[in-house]
Design a protein around this ligand. Sequence first.
Ligand SMILES: *Cc1c(COP(=O)(O)O)cnc(C)c1O
Length: 311
Amino acid sequence: MPRLSKHLGGPNIYVKRDDCTGLASGGNKTRKLEYSMAAALEEGADTIITVGAVQSNHVRQTAAAACKLGLKCEVLLEHRIADPSEYYAGSGNVLLDKIFGANLREYPGGTDFDKAMTEVADEVSANGGNPYIIPGGASNKIGALGYVNCAIELLGQIEEQGLDISHIVTATGSAGTQGGLIVGLKAMESTIPLLGIGVNIPQQDQEEKVFKLACETAEYIGKAGCVAREDVVANCNYVGDGYGVPTESMNEAVLMLARTEGLLFDPVYSGKGLAGMIDLIRNGTLNDGNIVFLHTGGSAALFAYADQLHT
Ligand SMILES: *Cc1c(COP(=O)(O)O)cnc(C)c1O
């Protein structure tokens, strides 16, 4: 991203375009679903059950993947935002979920979704269906394989292009992206540090969550122990007032990337991830070398924030 790099006057910044994964406007969940959906098909499922926030990118990509594979999709939508606008409640991802014909069920924030999804699965079974539950963000050891694979792909591209990358930065939430990436990087014996910018919970909790999933994933691919606790680094200073609540720095980052590179990011994840990267460049923490920012997608959610983004 030469114009962004020049604008910030620090390191050379590259972008890995996982917003272009091809399914229903793209995003990181598509890579995970490649594995989660394969597991569902292997078990003979005819109905996918999953969960996410009202503006979940994961739900949108799962609903689209279910269509492509001829499966039904039952969605549990969590109301995580207080007093949502009409845009948040009806536009962006949730509109796309409806276009894909997913059956949407709404639940209050803080619901026990393991229990709620099991109940929906029982209902599907009682009606003669064969349900398969994909957890939020497809962040289990199966979904995380998508990002083990992404790390291998990225290292190949870095080598092919003869780049010397000093950091990989990405947004981190339900942990499958960062967890899978760190397993892939370590399994390939890469020493490039990976930084997750949190969008939700505090640093310690986020790092523990990613590390736990990384350990399970590493074991699953026969590389148990390849990730050390200190390989998992998250910076959660850019969350602001909470998950999905806009921040000034996110707003600035979304406009900056649009106006320097013609790229769209999102208000909930990649915009806050960028805000973190930009601030760390400006304050001298990430001040030299070559950075790859992994773009996890999500621009469909921009429309849900039509009344909150300052342009
Ligand atoms: C889900 C999501 C993330 C976070 O990925 P996790 O694997 O949940 O940590 C980042 N960016 C976007 C756009 C997402 O939809």
